[in-house]
Each structure stands twice: as C-alpha cells, then as structure tokens.
Design a protein around this ligand. Structure first.
Ligand code: HEC
Ligand code: HEC
Length: 149
C-alpha cells in the first residue's frame, strides 16, 4: 500500500529530500513506528528497509518468536501495532499466488531495487554495508565510492 502515494504527499517532515536515506519519505504519523522498529529490530543486525520485503514477510516475522534460528521476545502493543503500521505502509504486498520469501535473497522487491547491480549470492543481511556504508544509520541512499556514478 501507499508507496508512491506517500512520497507525493506534502505532509512529511522538514527533512530536505537530499538527506532522506530511506526509499520513501516517512510522514510524521509513521515516525514513531519507524523509531520503534529501529529500536527493536536493529540490535542483532542492521534494520532492513521495509521496501526490500513484501508485507507478508514482515507480518510473519512480527508474529513468530522463532526468528531465523534466534528466539525473539515478541513485541507487545502498543509498539507492535505501530511497528506493523510502519512496515506495512512502506512495503508492498505480493501477488496472490506468489510464495512469501523468507529472506531478502529471494525477494523480488529487493531485486527490483538493484537493477544491474552484481549482488553477492546469496545476498545476506551482513553484506549490505559493503555497498551501503551508512546502512548502520539506516541510510541506503549513500553508496560506497565504486557505486557513486
Ligand atoms: C536476538 C537477535 C535478533 C533480533 C532482536 C532481531 N533479529 Fe532479525 N535476525 C536475527 C538473526 C540471528 C538472523 C539470521 C541472520 C542470518 O542468517 O544471516 C536474523 C534475520 C533476519 C531477517 C532475514 C535476513 C535475510 O537473510 O534476508 C529479517 C528480515 C529480520 N531478521 C528482521 C528482523 C525484525 C523485523 C526484527 C524486529 C522485530 C528483528 N529481525 C530482530 C536476529 C535478530
Ligand atoms: C554489491 C553492492 C550492493 C549490495 C551488497 C547491496 N546493495 Fe542495495 N544498492 C546498491 C546500489 C548500487 C543501489 C542503487 C541502485 C540504483 O540506483 O540503480 C542500491 C539500492 C538500494 C536501495 C534503494 C535506495 C533508494 O532509496 O534509492 C535499498 C533500499 C537497498 N539498496 C538496500 C539494500 C539492502 C537492505 C542490502 C543488503 C541486504 C543491499 N542493499 C545490498 C548496491 C548494493
């Protein structure tokens, strides 16, 4: 829902477009959800931008305490619902008959954001930073020198 729509509305914060490090500008009403997402989901690894996975994958992750071999303390409301609103707004749903990707490596939304990029196979959460040097600050716009054209 809302990807393109969100980025064309005028309600977002005063951050100049050049400083926005995420795929979409995040309007004020989703900023708390983003903060809670970063607080809860970037302690063991970098926070992935919602756009790289379909909404269904995020839903599964929030519902499951078994987390890629780790054990997660489930989020409780109100943070849970705020994080969900943030993730579901800034990701897209997949088509009806499509399999839900478990990992970024199998996500066509991730692939769509990387046209013509020669990605490591499999691409892992730990490899983002090699091309996105500010990935730890949740900035995926800044690229390493070899990619800045
Ligand atoms: C207790 C540590 C921990 C926390 C907290 C945590 N994760 Fe993870 N996460 C992991 C581990 C471990 C993996 C597997 C890493 C791997 O195999 O490369 C993982 C993998 C992932 C992946 C798959 C990455 C890929 O390979 O495509 C996603 C997506 C993800 N986490 C999202 C989240 C979200 C959303 C939250 C917050 C609700 C979260 N994580 C919180 C430990 C954690
Ligand atoms: C081999 C280098 C490389 C790796 C590894 C890589 N990326 Fe990228 N990424 C790029 C390049 C280059 C672009 C810009 C593509 C373009 O503009 O055509 C990009 C674009 C993006 C964008 C879109 C940014 C925007 O707002 O326009 C996101 C989000 C993103 N990458 C996330 C990730 C994540 C998350 C990972 C790790 C799972 C990752 N990338 C791994 C090179 C890489």
């Amino acid at each position: 829902m809302g990807w393109l729509l969100e980025s064309t509305t005028n309600v977002y914060s005063a951050t100049p477009a050049s400083e926005v490090g995420t795929v979409d500008v995040v309007p004020a009403q989703y900023q708390l959800g983003q903060e809670l997402y970063l607080e809860n989901c970037s302690t063991c690894h970098i926070a992935l931008p919602p756009a790289v996975l379909p909404t269904q994958t995020w839903k599964n992750i929030l519902e499951d305490s078994q987390h890629y071999g780790a054990q997660l303390k489930p989020l409780i409301d109100p943070p849970r619902i705020l994080v969900w609103r943030y993730l579901s707004t800034f990701s897209r749903t997949q088509l009806k008959d499509e399999a839900t990707p478990y990992r970024v490596n199998n996500s066509r939304y991730f692939k769509a954001l990387h046209p013509q990029v020669d990605l490591p196979r499999p691409v892992q959460i730990s490899s983002c930073v090699s091309c996105h040097p500010s990935a730890n600050d949740y900035n995926f716009r800044r690229l390493s020198q070899e990619w800045e054209k």
